[in-house]
Design a protein around this ligand. Structure first.
Ligand code: HEM
Length: 826
């Protein structure tokens, strides 16, 4: 019935095969980018922005490392995982202790130069650039330990110890499954974290980063190229709100007060975290629909798809302009801007625009030190709103109901532009509202943002503060005196050294945060360097950067430069008096101007004369579940068709006007059958192999620290490491498909074919339970938990085992009959 092989070491080919089978094929699969298709507009996932390296900057790729990770075991165990492990002779201080004794602050000074909007734009734009997903497995894989309950470090739980010997739950970030062929073992197998969204500043937080999400967010029935809006509520003037999430009742209902208002949905799932975030998302939803409507009037021959894409391109450009022109120089200061970003010199395909791990996990979290403990809500005179007064921050988490029932977004937006930002200083970092009362969905307990940041940095194995200073060409800090100079605060410097004991142990987020600001900046030299480098990469490595050749015409660029956040506020809210630059704090009414004097973009620059072909052939045929855009090919106008998510193109994708008719016939979009692919991505054979290997690999008695052993042990460890990569690969895929439908029928089919196999009996398996199953886009997933009859381990790794031939059982795919094609889960 089955054949047995006993590969102690899986070859790279094996690893690639398993990566391929497990549906995580980045290791082996080269994406190809069709010329025409990906030339006019960005893809929604960011793939093919760079034609030679299609996955650069794309969603669900690893955060890049600017310095190698420093894991405790060299492979993937976080810093601080093993309590006995010393770093430069000392234990790392517990994050919660650092938070309480160094970071926590009960009050804040004001920053009279900038408005609260500067802070909230930081969070908003971060959600366009990075989202590091956490393991969606909320319990340890083999031991069943619940991450919400445990104080032990068991993957994926890495709890934050608190003073009262309790813990705050912490889930490790999901690992990427990329195994880079050719690189050295240590590098190839090191745990990397993911960026689940596109790193490009492309307004992915408005449009989403997957075709499925994009479809959900669009108004595909209206034929207007608009985004979908809330169909239950509008504001008092009839302006739309974001649509609710698809799955209701949602967590926002019960979170604060059940007022029957669900979570809003947007291109980024974190939209409901706070009211400023919801308000900014709402602004851009409205702005999209306003521009789409105007473009339709100007170009009535444009298809809905074309209106949508052109509008999306304009909105993306505005996000880039507001960020790069108005925001970043204020944060890193004009000198650092000049030094690290500099003037634009065109698209550079050699630049990798992926977000870096240190940017997402440390540098751009600088903004946490400027979070205000109070959300201000102002009336038309920019005074505290009589009906809807200011709120303590914790009352604003996940509360979309406050937008719907408490006056819309205007009181909040007025609070953003009309109140000065909080100032951060080394002795006043994060407010108690977020160190003691932070709310995180799915967690009842109050969380501490400072501890999360520190623990996250350790989870990702980020090198310490001094390593990063060196990376940026700054002097290492090797004495307390030097630290005092960099901080300009002797007391805090002493506290830090007392706590960390060794200057090389200082966590990079903390070190960067406490540095004294550069002139006219809101960051010190380290974060200015790291943020500056990241921004330059996001700009120069983006083929669709708004200034890049061929993206916009010169007259359109001139118009786009007139755009501003103040204008977007004027056009989409009731607010009719604003500061000229709404990131700057000005007093109302003297330092405000009427919206009439804020420049606006003239969309006439987008007027496109109908081509002769259009007159000759009329408009191309409209199709169901898909649409066309016009492209220009060898002087001819081509209608290029594509289908919406869930549909497949049948027929020619491109048609041209010849002899007064479009040729060939327009294609059709047909429903994708899930059985287009006959085999599940992870063959039964492969995952049976994986399950058994993983069990062996993760058993504590067989696992020792890697890279320092040799001979048999060393090779064994390499195998273990490879297996762990594949386990991580699973977790990645779990995350990838977490919205997929469960499919019990398929599961049953699959399991029936497996239980018959005597392998399971041989392994003393008592039973198995289905951990997870899903079917999505033609791929099927099942993760089983195997229950053994006794604790006796089937796999005991021993040095002499190379002579033993029965450690692994490998079933040939052909010997197990699985027929998932009888299942339709479309
Ligand atoms: C009320 C305001 C804010 C709250 C409640 C908040 C909360 C959070 C939370 C809970 C996380 C995840 C922490 C973890 O588990 O690792 C996070 C991540 C992050 N935050 Fe904030 N934040 C706020 C404002 C800001 C601001 C103003 C900025 C920047 C200017 C910012 C930048 C970031 C970044 C870069 C991340 C990492 C994102 C990722 O890659 O997943 N946040 N924030």
């Amino acid at each position: 019935m089955y054949s047995i092989v006993a590969p102690e070491l899986l070859s790279l080919e094996d690893v690639q095969l398993l990566a391929e089978l497990s549906g995580c094929p980045n290791a082996t699969k080269q994406d190809t980018c069709e010329q025409s298709r990906h030339s006019r507009y960005r893809t929604i996932s960011g793939v093919c922005n760079n034609r030679l390296n299609p996955r650069w900057g794309a969603a669900n790729t690893a955060l890049v490392r600017w310095l190698p990770a420093e894991y405790e075991d060299g492979e993937g165990e976080p810093k601080g995982w093993n309590p006995d492990r010393l770093h430069h002779g000392f234990q790392l201080p517990p994050p919660r202790k650092v938070s309480r004794e160094i970071i926590r602050s009960s009050c804040k000074w004001k920053d009279d130069d900038y408005s609260q909007l500067l802070v909230d734009w930081g969070q908003y734009i971060d959600h366009d650039i990075t989202f590091t997903p956490q393991s969606i497995s909320k319990s340890a894989f083999w031991t069943d330990t619940d991450c919400y309950q445990t104080c032990d470090n068991v993957h994926p739980c890495f709890p934050i110890k608190t003073d009262d010997s309790l813990c705050m739950p912490f889930h490790r970030s999901t690992a990427d499954c990329y195994v880079s062929p050719g690189s050295d073992v240590q590098h190839a197998l090191q745990r990397q974290q993911l960026n689940a969204i596109t790193s490009y500043i492309d307004a992915s937080l408005v449009y989403g980063h997957t075709p499925k999400l994009e479809s959900f967010l669009r108004d595909l029935s209206g034929l207007s190229g608009k985004l979908a809006v809330n169909d239950q509520f509008k504001d008092a003037k009839g302006r739309p709100y974001l649509p609710f999430v698809a799955k209701t009742p949602s967590a926002c209902r019960t979170f604060q007060q059940d007022d029957g208002i669900d979570c809003f949905s947007a291109g980024d799932g974190r939209v409901n975290e706070g009211l400023p975030l919801i308000s900014l998302h709402t602004l851009w939803l409205r702005e999209h629909n306003r521009i789409a409507e105007a473009l339709k009037l100007i170009n009535d021959h444009w298809s809905p798809e074309m209106i949508y894409q052109e509008t999306r391109q304009i909105i993306g450009a505005l996000h880039q302009i507001i960020t790069m022109r108005d925001y970043v120089p204020k944060i890193i200061g004009p000198e650092s801007f000049e030094r690290f970003v500099g003037p634009y010199t065109g698209y550079d395909p050699a630049v990798d625009p992926s977000a870096s791990n240190v940017f997402a996990t440390a540098a751009f979290r600088f903004g946490h030190a400027t979070i205000s403990p109070v959300l201000h809500r102002l009336n038309q005179s920019f005074q505290e709103h009589e009906q809807f007064p200011h709120l303590r921050l914790y009352k604003t988490f996940f509360s979309p109901w406050r937008i719907v029932k408490e006056g819309g977004i205007e009181p909040i937006i007025r609070g953003l532009i009309g109140i000065a930002a909080p100032a951060a200083s080394a002795n006043k970092l994060l407010v108690e509202e977020v160190t003691e009362m932070l709310a995180v969905l799915d967690t009842l307990q109050h969380m501490d943002l400072a501890s999360l940041n520190l623990q996250r940095g350790r989870d990702h194995g980020l090198p310490g503060y001094n390593e990063w200073r060196e990376f940026c060409g700054l002097a290492r800090i090797d004495t307390l005196e030097n630290l005092k100079v960099v901080l300009q605060d002797g007391r805090v410097a002493e506290k830090i050294l007392n706590m960390y004991k060794h200057l090389d142990n200082i966590d990079v987020w903390l070190g960067g945060l406490v540095e004294n600001y550069l002139p006219d900046a809101r960051t010190g030299p380290l974060f200015a360097c790291l943020i500056g480098k990241q921004m330059k990469a996001l700009r120069d490595g983006d083929r669709f950067w708004w200034e890049a050749d061929g993206v916009f015409k010169q007259e359109q660029k001139d118009e786009l430069l007139k755009g501003s956040l103040s204008r977007v506020i004027c056009d989409n809210t009731d607010i009719q008096e604003v500061p000229f630059d709404s990131f700057r704090f000005g007093k109302f009414p003297n330092e405000y101007v009427s919206c009439a004097s804020i420049p606006s973009i003239n969309l006439e620059a987008w007027r496109e004369e109908k081509s002769k072909d259009y007159d000759l052939c009329g408009s191309p045929t409209r199709i169901h579940n898909g649409d066309y855009i016009f492209t220009f090919n060898a002087q001819k106008v081509t209608a290029l068709y594509s289908c919406y998510h869930g549909f497949m193109l049948e027929g020619a994708a491109e048609i041209t006007c010849e002899k007064n008719e479009w040729h060939p016939e327009a294609p059709k979009c047909i429903g994708k059958r899930m059985c287009a692919h006959t085999a599940p991505p992870l063959s039964t054979a492969a995952w049976v192999l994986l399950l058994s290997l993983m069990h062996a690999c993760t058993h504590p008695t067989t696992y020792t620290s890697p890279f320092q052993n040799s001979g048999c042990r060393r090779s064994r460890l390499q195998c273990l490491l490879k297996m762990r990569r594949l386990l991580l690969c699973w977790l990645l895929c779990e995350n990838k498909f977490n919205n997929a439908k469960r499919d019990p029928l398929f599961t049953t089919l699959l399991l029936t074919s497996i239980v018959n196999v005597s392998y399971f009996r041989k392994q003393r398996l008592k039973s198995f339970t289905v951990e997870y199953s899903s079917a999505h886009a033609g791929q099927f997933w099942v993760i089983l938990r195997l229950h053994r009859r006794s604790q006796k381990l089937a796999f005991n790794w021993k040095c002499e085992r190379s002579s033993k031939k029965s450690d692994f059982f490998f079933f040939k795919k052909s010997e197990l009959s699985i027929t998932p094609c009888s299942v339709n889960v479309a």
